[in-house]
Design a protein around this ligand. Structure first.
Ligand SMILES: NC(=O)C1=CN([C@@H]2O[C@H](COP(=O)(O)OP(=O)(O)OC[C@H]3O[C@@H](n4cnc5c(N)ncnc54)[C@H](O)[C@@H]3O)[C@@H](O)[C@H]2O)C=CC1
Ligand SMILES: O=C(O)C(=O)CO
Length: 621
């Protein structure tokens, strides 16, 4: 069901505008679909022209503004809701506290104190699909803030253009809300029922004279029938860069730095960055972001990228996906390949950062740093004691690695070189570089008159678990490593061993680990990852012999900006038809802060299956 509404362009005349919420579309009254840029966000608008607000302008919360040129075509330029609000407020006499333009960084301003929606003269009604199921309560009582789920983000304010009343919010608005101002003609009223999962009210200081109801079915019928130009399909707030870009690329999260955006823009992408306040997006959310046309997506390891999302992306014309992560156990690569979609990841930029955090956890657990810190803060320290917080010496002990790939090997070198530990490792493959490195270091120590360090490649994980004093887990998560550490294996470890996990939570049976830690107070664990993130298994948080941190192993500024850059390059250069970088472990040229990146996808895990060409030139290691 379409509802007849018209969008008054003198909407949001206040400080309630949020520049990172780029919403709303404007087609102007004479717009034709063919005159639009590829991804118009225009809410069809038929407002009364005014000198400073020409016909076709429509202010919502940022994004595109279209205005009809004399030739009847629309020209688009970026505008900010602030500018519009300021202008609107000038026209309406209201005041605005914002005047700056849309700019990065994207930190949201404080929630506004009030929003006023100014009634304009009655425009002729247009048929337009709303962005959401909406309900606006009748006259003068309350409007409703509608929640699609618990983290909803859209307010729809409807008002009668004929009525002189100016609805306004009586209380501060959460910064997560997008505001849409619409006006409605009486004929749009509908008695259809609506079902909203939850809602809360706000007051209109004066209010429209009728209510309109648009049900969920109207939204789905819109989704299936609307053309791209008419579609208003975004309930999640997004910030848009380069609105005119010909490829539409979604980033499901804001990512650090700006070079990644510049890279996408440089190859002609329109970049839409989801600003939803919720941490983990659902498949519903992502499908909605993808909409009916999308060329590529940069996603996060918290998202479930399987058949459903890849088929949605393929239907929308998409070709490229990249995780902003090296691990891609959240991605069904086969499904992506079936749909012809490339899957990128971000190796090489987080190796040392992740290994350093694993080393930090090792020291924190070995030397009981967190327990001792708590003790100090609790005012319990009464003076030095021979037995206070006695821990483990690392020097000369054996460090065990399971999964001696990039990160496992980096961690092994840190522990061997830094603490002169001996190494035992298990991996499906021999790590000859690591072995050579430790051999050479052993020779060096000998030449200095010190005891050399040693290494050993174990035939089984069990051998590592039995022999090592510290075991750090760095394999990929797949069916061969799921619950690799279980109750039986924990029982074979030394009583005062230390277990570090900065790989993926499900590599360890966390319930079994909690039991083991309870039964063996000398045993310690340092965990960056958990089986059911963001949750911990019951009991874990109360155990003093566990150090827990929230999946921050790759969280250094350089690394996170680099991950964003690699993920963006995986998408940008795939869309541009560029080859794949020949060595995914040697990605320095992509991380140069000044020079542009090579025209290649740094790391595509299904490149062979997709028949993608590899760049011939080998970068230096
Ligand atoms: N906590 C965090 O923030 C981070 C976690 N990670 C995790 O670390 C993992 C490893 O990353 P990289 O070292 O870059 O990957 P990598 O591919 O270089 O190393 C993984 C190693 O695991 C080995 N492996 C596979 N199956 C095994 C098995 N059944 N038993 C023993 N070893 C096995 C592989 O042969 C390979 O050498 C990622 O897949 C990711 O899940 C990565 C970065 C940050
Ligand atoms: O890159 C990964 O796999 C991560 O876990 C990011 O921290």
């Amino acid at each position: 069901m379409n509802v007849t509404v018209a969008a008054p362009c003198r909407g949001l005349a206040s400080s309630a505008t949020r520049p990172w919420e780029s919403r709303g579309r404007c087609r102007g009254t004479r717009a034709t679909t063919s005159s639009l840029p590829p991804y118009p966000l225009a809410w069809p608008c038929k407002c009364a022209p005014s000198p400073s607000h020409p016909r076709g302008d429509y202010s919502v919360t940022g994004g595109l503004r279209g205005s009809a040129a004399p030739n009847g075509r629309l020209s688009y330029r970026r505008f900010t809701s602030e500018r519009c609000a300021a202008r609107s407020s000038k026209e309406s006499g209201a005041t605005s506290s914002h005047s700056s333009g849309l700019s990065r960084p994207l930190s949201p301003p404080s929630p506004p104190a009030a929003v006023a929606v100014t009634a304009t003269q009655s425009p002729p009604p247009l048929h337009v699909a709303p962005p959401l199921p909406l309900h606006v309560a009748p006259h003068g009582t309350s409007g409703r803030r509608l929640f699609r789920d618990n983290n909803s983000s859209v307010v729809v304010v409807a008002h009668n253009p004929v009525c002189a009343g100016v609805p306004s919010f009586s209380s501060p608005l959460p910064s997560s809300l997008s505001i849409f101002a619409i006006s409605s003609s009486p004929s749009s009223s509908s008695s259809s029922s609506s079902s909203f999962s939850s809602s809360s009210s706000f007051s209109f200081s004066s209010a429209p004279a009728w209510s309109i109801d648009i049900t969920a079915s109207s939204v789905s019928s819109r989704a299936s029938s609307a053309s791209a130009a008419n579609d208003i399909d975004m309930a999640l707030p997004v910030h848009v860069e380069n609105p005119q870009g010909k490829f539409r690329v979604i980033s499901t999260k804001p990512m650090p730095g700006t070079k990644w955006i510049e890279t996408l823009v440089s190859v002609g992408c329109r970049v839409e960055i989801c600003q939803a306040a919720k941490t983990i997006l659902t498949e519903d959310d992502i499908e909605e972001l993808i909409g009916n046309r999308c060329d590529g997506v940069i996603g996060q390891l918290t998202e479930n990228w399987g058949e459903r999302l890849f088929s949605a992306l393929a239907r929308a014309g998409g070709k490229a996906y990249s995780n902003m992560a090296v691990g891609y156990n959240n991605v069904d690569v086969e499904a992506a390949t079936r749909h012809g979609i490339s899957v990128g990841n971000t190796p090489g930029v987080l190796t040392e950062t992740t290994a350093e955090l694993a080393a930090a956890l090792t020291m924190a657990t070995a030397r009981r740093v967190v327990e001792a810190d708590d003790f100090m803060r609790a005012g319990k320290y009464e003076g030095w004691l021979p037995s206070l917080f006695v821990g483990n010496l690392l020097k000369g002990q054996t460090v065990g690695i399971i999964g001696a790939g990039r990160i496992g090997s980096a961690y092994a070198r840190m522990m061997v070189e830094g603490f002169k530990m001996n190494l035992i490792y298990y991996d499906l493959y021999q790590s000859t570089r690591l072995e050579r490195y430790i051999t050479a270091y052993g020779h060096f120590l000998e030449s200095q008159g010190e005891k050399p360090v040693t290494w050993k490649r174990a035939a089984t994980p069990d051998e590592v678990l039995k022999e090592a004093d510290v075991i750090s887990l760095h394999p990929v998560l797949d069916k061969t490593t799921y619950h690799l550490i279980n109750a039986q294996r924990l029982a074979t470890m030394k009583k005062a061993a230390i277990l570090i996990n900065a790989s993926r939570g499900p590599v360890v049976d966390e319930v079994a680990l909690v039991e083991h830690l309870k039964a063996n107070p000398q045993f310690r664990a340092g965990l960056d990852v958990f089986e059911d993130e963001p949750y911990m298994k019951p009991g874990l948080k109360d155990l003093p012999n566990a150090v827990v941190v929230p999946h921050i192993a790759s969280a250094s500024k350089w690394t996170r900006e680099g991950m964003a850059m690699l993920a963006a390059s995986n998408v940008a250069f795939r869309l541009k038809g560029c080859p794949v970088w020949s060595n995914p472990n040697a990605v320095d040229p992509f991380l140069d802060e000044v020079a542009p990146p090579p025209a290649a996808c740094p790391s595509i895990v299904n490149s062979k299956a997709l028949g993608m060409v590899t760049l011939e030139a080998q970068p230096k290691l």
